[in-house]
Write a protein that binds this ligand. Structure first.
Ligand code: BTN
Length: 259
């Protein structure tokens, strides 16, 4: 398979209004997008790279992906009437739809921002909003696509890649183009309609919805039934004594099969 994403994207037909800037190596596509945003680049620009020297994940973690093994993109969006969490929801739903459509897999969303296939993480989303006026959001998406023979060094045990789950190598360019099409379709809806439909779709794919989960929350582990997510993005649990618990900044514990 020709894995030159740059060459593929030069010829790819994108939905109207979308642009891609692809670089072989960058520090982080997040920084590229933020610098471009500060210089006035337009909404719906996608910054993509084959590899990152300082790829960033949530909570100060790094995002590790050997060259050409993943989809590493940051979307610059300047859309009205949406909060940052709405963009995480948008990206997660669009990515699940892409994986489902192209690979016939069954992705789910692990609160707040991971995409899982068969109980293992294939992708993470990092949404960063500007606090300046004339605001924008940068939505970073990292997808583990093709690892070849072995899990890359430093990648957490609970992660997997699309190639392993699909059983064959996956074309990164096709993945990105379909992802942009899905994003474009959602963004074409009127804001109110989009908001409610996206949140419905997101809830419909929520990992362990209705089941008992464990959450790491400010140094303690809580257990309860996952009953939903508030519009501000907080996780809602029903604790063992029946009391509702809101978790704003915790982390659901993932115990994948066979670990
Ligand atoms: C997470 O699961 O912690 C979020 C990971 C987000 C990684 C992507 S890769 C493209 C973009 N550039 C970065 O430096 N980070 C995001």
């Amino acid at each position: 398979m020709d894995d030159s994403l740059g060459r593929f994207l030069e010829r790819a037909a994108l939905p109207p209004g979308w642009h891609i800037l692809h670089e072989p190596v960058v520090e982080s596509t997040q920084e590229l997008a933020r610098a471009a945003a500060a210089r006035g680049w337009p909404s719906r620009t996608v910054f993509s790279a084959d590899s990152q020297t300082v790829g960033r994940g949530r909570r100060g973690r790094s995002w590790i992906a050997p060259p050409r093994s993943g989809l590493l993109v940051s979307l610059l969006l300047r859309e009205h009437a949406a909060s940052p969490v709405d963009f995480t929801v948008l990206a997660a739903v669009a990515l699940c739809e892409t994986i489902e459509a192209l690979l016939k897999l069954d992705p789910v969303i692990k609160w707040p921002n991971d995409v899982l296939v068969n109980g293992r993480k294939v992708a993470g989303i990092l949404t960063e909003a500007s606090d300046a006026s004339g605001g924008y959001v940068v939505v970073g998406i990292g997808v583990n696509v093709n690892w070849g023979a072995a899990r890359p060094e430093g990648v957490p045990q609970e992660a997997t890649c699309l190639e392993l789950q699909a059983g064959y190598p996956v074309h990164r360019g096709e993945l990105l183009v379909v992802l942009i099409e899905r994003l474009g379709t959602w963004l074409a809806l009127a804001p109110g309609e989009r908001h409610s439909a996206l949140w419905r779709a997101w809830h419909g794919r929520l990992w362990r919805h209705g089941e008992t989960v464990r959450v790491l929350d400010v140094g303690r582990t809580l257990e309860g039934r996952l009953i939903g997510v508030d519009p501000d993005g907080a996780l809602l649990l029903e604790s063992v004594d029946g009391a509702p618990v809101r978790i704003i900044d915790g982390e659901l514990i993932l115990e994948p099969p066979g670990t």
